[in-house]
Design a protein around this ligand. Structure first.
Ligand code: NAP
Length: 354
């Protein structure tokens, strides 16, 4: 498609861990220009540079550092398209207020992900779920809309499973080793996580089990919601002292019993709608198949495709479920801010933004 002129966008929860990654992802974006920043009342009124404890490994863009942070309430000068990286304890009603006021909200928060009329999108996997926007607008009477992306580990799992749908996914057992950036800032105390692996992340196992099936499911014939995929997912989620990479070890039962070589081929050949459309932040290949038996370059693998590619390796036979592999995704890029920006590009390219 022809690149549109620079479109102003807003960002709710701009000061947090994911908000900062949004600032990075939108810096120099060919279509979107960050024009409005929101955070809590604690930050409102200060410049972004004053309000934010910047933890990114690149410098804060100067122009953003000087912008004034606003309270997260709809305002006349707030652009129509807004990204949301607000804390889940507050995101639900605030996102609704923005959609009611005519904004299209692209949310990272969990609050509305499982609502029947809210699309939960991984653009390569289920772009067709965007039709739910019609039901949402009709049912709720909103001129705007809420569109969500899944939880960070779910996105990595969904991208690794989607290419295998043709083999008939039946059962999945997945164990995660999740980075500390997933806990926000300041997140976990160093004394809790250093030299430790914490075998519990509140609500994460349920999200992996339910969100994955919604993403892999199909829209019902009446476009009234999504019929979840019929597979069963059992998850174990663990927090470990890495910064950004979420590693998932999965065993999968596939009805067609493909060989590891066939699975490797299916994963390596996978491309989706963003690649067809040539969206600006779509990686050429959403899944990279690694041959290395170990992970000599974990940072390189997590940053493949600008952090938007999921790296899958160690594809081999599982004596119990048939196939097993390891998958690595970048937590705050493909798992959060980058996912939302790609959703926005898809919405624009598919004509959902008018
Ligand atoms: P975070 O670092 O704790 O940041 C939370 C943000 O919410 C801050 O900008 C904060 O502003 C703002 N906020 C807090 N209370 C508010 C209020 N009453 N009104 C408006 N804004 C308020 O959290 P995070 O890790 O960035 O996560 C943000 C969202 O993304 C969460 O819903 C999380 O579940 C989801 N998510 C996170 C990840 C990840 O990797 N971290 C991945 C996927 C999804 P102040 O600075 O002013 O307090």
């Amino acid at each position: 498609m022809n690149p549109p002129e620079s479109i102003p966008v807003g960002l709710l929860g701009a000061t947090g861990m994911v908000g900062q990654q949004f600032v990075r992802q939108l810096d120099g974006h060919p279509w979107f220009r960050l024009a409005w920043l929101g955070a809590s009342d604690r930050s409102a009124g200060q410049s972004y540079g004053e309000a934010t404890h910047w933890v990114q490994d690149l410098r804060m863009p100067e122009v953003v550092g000087g912008m004034v942070v606003r309270a997260c309430a709809p305002a006349a000068d707030c652009p129509r398209l807004v990204f949301s990286a607000m804390h889940a304890s507050v995101a639900g009603p605030i996102e609704e207020a923005f959609a009611r006021a005519g904004h299209v909200v692209l949310s990272n928060a969990r609050n509305h992900r499982m609502d029947d009329d809210v699309p939960l999108i991984v653009p390569e996997v289920n772009p067709g779920h965007l039709v739910l926007i019609g039901r949402q607008r009709g049912g709720r009477g909103w001129p705007g809309a809420i569109v969500t992306n899944p939880n960070c580990s779910t996105i990595t799992l969904a991208l690794a499973l989607a290419p295998l749908r043709g083999f008939g996914i039946r059962r999945v057992v997945v164990s995660t080793l999740q980075a500390v950036s997933g806990a926000g800032y300041p997140g976990l105390a160093a004394v809790d996580v250093l030299g430790n692996a914490i075998p519990f992340i509140g609500g994460e196992e349920e999200k992996l089990a339910t969100e994955t099936l919604k993403v892999l499911g199909g829209v019902r014939a009446d476009e009234d919601g999504v019929e979840p995929h019929g597979a069963v997912v059992s998850a174990h989620c663990n927090r470990v002292a890495t910064v950004d990479g979420h590693l998932l070890c999965a065993s999968v039962e596939l009805g067609a019993r493909p060989s590891p070589a066939e699975v490797r081929t299916a994963l390596g050949a996978f491309r989706g709608r963003p690649q067809e459309l040539g969206l600006p932040t779509a990686p050429d290949w959403p899944v990279t198949v690694l041959q290395d038996p170990d992970r000599p370059q974990p940072r390189r693998d997590a940053m493949a495709g600008g952090g938007m590619t999921v790296s899958v390796g160690r594809i081999r036979e599982c004596p119990i479920l048939g196939i097993k592999f390891a998958a690595l995704g970048h937590n705050t890029i493909r798992g959060a801010a980058g996912a939302s920006v790609l959703n926005a590009e898809l919405l624009l390219a598919e004509g959902w933004l008018g």
